[in-house]
Design a protein around this ligand. Structure first.
Ligand code: 6A9
Length: 785
């Protein structure tokens, strides 16, 4: 039938990529075109590993475990909060040439360093240096095993070379993008001197059905039948990779089998080990990148990193202490070291098909919010990430934006959460995998683009200006469709109003149905989701979007009138007030079908005669509504109310600004000694759970992306004439100091940068390390907005 035909055409459209020429040339990340960025630590989900920016890259990595003292096997590989490491993260990472990471396990500290060297046609060489030293006061220095591995991913092959029966001295291999290569495992030495240390060796050479299986394969191959005997007096059993038999299930699985080799070295701390990757096409190599040559190269790279850091952010110059500067470097380095290269397909659902379907295959070069808990791309997080990265390496930002925009559909939709490839998929519970084509997420790329354009306009004679034009031109048709998509699919009930789609269904199971699409998850919105809603944060995102599209069209000499008209309409402060200002609350608000009289109650269960109460299933909490909802402003005060200020929509002379600044500095509302809290302490939903299993998230805690925007706005309003200029300037100073002091203190005390911070104690909470937008602390310290 015609309807069926239309549905299937529409459902195909939902997963059809945008037809305009891609921003990235097909070969843009290859060794031929971008050799210096070919290899990298692009596997943020593992503690230490490298791969190339290609779809089916050969991967290298490290697992480790401590021996002898420990009875249960604690194999470390993928970053897991459950491992309980006291800290881990990059102390330095320049995004291209080198990185140095420190990992504090229970009794010892590992330092994992890589250095790259260009040469030949396949991205050149690299060397790893791993050092281990004891930090506990235990009488015996711990014995640990390092398992270095190499794995192919459906293409290429590896050969293991064994000496003395058990020691895998090197791996040779070949793959499409790498040609021939050799990976050499050097023997461990004492930390400083070059004398070899006693060590035991084991290896595993097997096949794997996928990169998501590597940990399990190693675990299943372990046996405790090996003897470690550093002297004739000491002997102990240790655990090592032995033989591996794939479980029956896996044999039936028809996934392609790929080569997987593991070199295990068991050694007592302190030690130092080097691993060399050498590209077969690199013929005129002056010397091997190892030992003192490596040390010298590393010294040089660190020096230039330090210089560039100071030149870019000027923290020393601003009077920060050396320890604070190191903290700033760690924050930046973790964001750069968290860049991943992913390849795969999203699973999506559109209103036109009953089942979830695959989105086209694609590559994504992106930073990630958290290496342990969500090591994958998130749309609105990425805009914030790139605000920081752009200052360090604008090329990375251009490439990340290009990858994201190349994933846009013909309709103008970009999947919000990018779960690409088996490894990424293995970390996500199935109920969170499907992405809905009707759902948005804040278009934060416009924050990056606006800055980019301002920078260009300020320096029209700089070479960047001309060099950037082709990039912007390719981006432009995609951005046009992106803008249109928001402007139409997220339109609200009144002209020029907007509404987030995709609020939770089953309203009565939650205190307040979530709005994941807005990025602010459980932040309170209208109690009864309906088509009558309008959302003030989305309205403000559209001001930003139309403002940026206007300047971009102008700069490129494209017709800009339509965008400008939208911008003029939306930025009119009286329209904004008409749609969103609540006279009762003296604040900007959402509007919708709403009542404040809601609470979670135990579900009422009638006890059947003859049955005891305690025999019944545990009762759920359900929502009880004491007063019927009606169309009105949603009287919540918090981050959403600040958006007209956060995104510079308010004119500097707006009286509304006065109210906002008052709310900001009021400790009974948003002010805390650690930053601005997400929801007013006086709000009825402040710190309330959403269900018995779902603790408050954006209902009080301090989030750094929004605090960054608040500082940026205070900075903005304090630098233009207006009646609130001075207040803004005072608040700016105080808020900035509070946020810096707290995040630094927490890092110092806990070893981590966190997802959010408690508004009552300042303590870091939620996932960690979280060096996504919380790393914006570097820009806050540098006062770069
Ligand atoms: C659920 C759990 C191993 C929630 O930082 C990413 C996002 C933000 O975009 C959003 O604004 N975070 C914020 O409210 C984290 C979302 C994590 C969802 C993953 C699966 C995996 O368990």
């Amino acid at each position: 039938s015609y309807t069926l035909y239309m549905r299937s055409a529409l459902s195909r459209r939902a997963v059809t990529l945008h037809p305009s020429p891609r921003v990235l040339d097909a070969n843009s990340t290859t060794a031929a075109v971008s050799p210096e960025r070919f290899w990298g630590s692009y596997r943020p989900q593992v503690y230490f590993g490298m791969k190339t920016r290609s779809p089916k890259s050969v991967v290298t990595g490290l697992m480790w475990m401590s021996q002898i003292l420990d009875n249960d096997v604690k194999l470390r590989h993928t970053c897991e909060q459950g491992d309980g490491l006291s800290s881990f993260g990059w102390l330095m990472h320049d995004g291209v040439n080198f990185g140095m990471q420190q990992i504090r396990d229970t009794e010892f500290t590992l330092t994992t360093t890589f250095v790259k060297r260009l040469g030949g046609e396949h991205g050149g060489d690299w060397t790893w240096r791993i050092t281990g030293r004891q930090h506990s006061t235990a009488p015996h220095a711990p014995v640990i095993s390092l398992m270095f591995y190499v794995a192919t991913d459906t293409q290429g092959s590896l050969q293991a070379h064994i000496e003395n029966r058990t020691r895998l001295s090197h791996v040779t291999g070949t793959s499409e993008e790498l040609g021939d290569f050799k990976i050499t495992f050097k023997k461990p030495t004492n930390r400083e001197e070059a004398t070899n240390k006693y060590a035991s060796y084991n290896y595993l050479q097997t096949l794997s059905p996928g990169l998501d299986q590597l940990t399990d394969i190693v675990k299943n191959s372990l046996s405790r039948r090996f003897v470690f005997s550093p002297s004739s007096a000491e002997k102990s059993l240790y655990i090592a990779v032995d033989t591996y038999r794939p479980p029956l299930q896996a044999q039936k699985d028809n996934r392609v089998q790929s080569d997987f080799v593991v070199h295990q070295v068991t050694v007592q701390v302190p030690f130092q080990i080097e691993v060399l990757f050498e590209s077969g096409s690199f013929h005129d190599r002056p010397n091997q990148l190892k030992g003192s040559v490596l040390t010298e190269e590393l010294t040089r790279l660190k020096l230039s990193y330090n210089e560039k850091f100071e030149k870019t952010f000027g923290l020393q110059n601003k009077g920060f202490t050396p320890a604070q500067v190191r903290f700033g470097k760690a924050a930046l380095s973790n964001m750069l070291g968290g860049m991943g290269y992913f390849f795969g397909q999203s699973v999506v659902r559109s209103p036109y098909s009953e089942h979830a379907i695959f989105y086209p295959e694609g590559a994504l070069f992106t930073a990630v919010p958290s290496r342990s808990f969500f090591p994958r791309g998130f749309l609105w997080d990425e805009g914030f990430h790139q605000l920081l990265i752009r200052k360090w390496d604008p090329q990375v930002t251009r490439e990340a934006l290009a990858h994201w925009l190349d994933l846009i559909s013909v309709e103008g939709w970009i999947p919000r959460e990018q779960i690409l490839g088996d490894e990424a998929l293995s970390k996500v519970p199935s109920e969170f995998v499907v992405q809905h084509t009707e759902n948005a997420n804040p278009p934060t790329f416009f924050l990056v683009l606006e800055e980019f354009l301002e920078h260009l306009e300020a320096h029209p004679d700089a070479p960047q200006f001309r060099n950037s034009l082709p990039f912007l031109r390719r981006l432009y048709p995609r951005l046009q469709t992106w803008f249109e998509w928001y402007n139409t699919t997220q339109a609200g009930p009144l002209p020029s109003s907007y509404r987030w789609r995709g609020r939770d269904k089953d309203t009565n199971l939650f205190l307040n149905a979530k709005t994941l699409t807005s990025g602010l998850d459980d932040y309170p919105r209208a109690s009864h989701p309906s088509e009558d809603e309008r959302h003030v944060d989305l309205y403000c995102w559209m001001v930003l979007a139309s403002r940026t599209m206007t300047s971009m069209a102008r700069l490129l000499g494209e017709p800009h009138q339509e965008y400008e008209r939208t911008y003029q309409t939306l930025s009119n402060n009286s329209l904004l007030s008409e749609l969103h200002w609540s006279e009762q609350l003296h604040a900007f608000c959402d509007y919708g079908n709403h009542t404040q009289a809601v609470s979670l109650q135990q579900e009422k269960v009638v006890v059947p005669p003859g049955q005891m109460r305690h025999q019944l299933p545990v009762k759920r909490l359900v929502r009880s509504v004491r007063k019927a909802p009606k169309l009105q402003y949603v009287n919540a005060l918090g981050y959403v109310s600040l958006f007209p200020f956060l995104l510079h929509v308010l004119t500097p002379d707006s009286q509304k600004l006065e109210h906002i600044l008052k709310d900001i500095q009021d400790p009974a509302r948003l002010w805390t000694p650690y930053g601005l809290r997400s929801l007013s302490r006086s709000d009825p939903i402040y710190m309330k759970r959403n269900t018995e299993h779902d603790p408050p998230y954006w209902r009080g805690a301090i989030w750094i992306n929004i605090n960054y925007l608040a500082l940026r706005a205070l900075h903005h309003y304090s630098s233009i004439d207006g009646p609130y200029q001075e207040t803004a300037s005072d608040l700016y100073q105080e808020l900035r100091t509070n946020i810096i002091n707290n995040i630094y203190k927490q890092y110092h005390e806990t070893g981590y940068i966190w997802e959010q911070y408690s508004d009552s104690t300042g303590r870091g909470q939620g996932s960690h390390p979280f060096t996504g937008w919380s790393a914006l602390i570097v820009l806050i310290m540098a006062e770069e907005y």
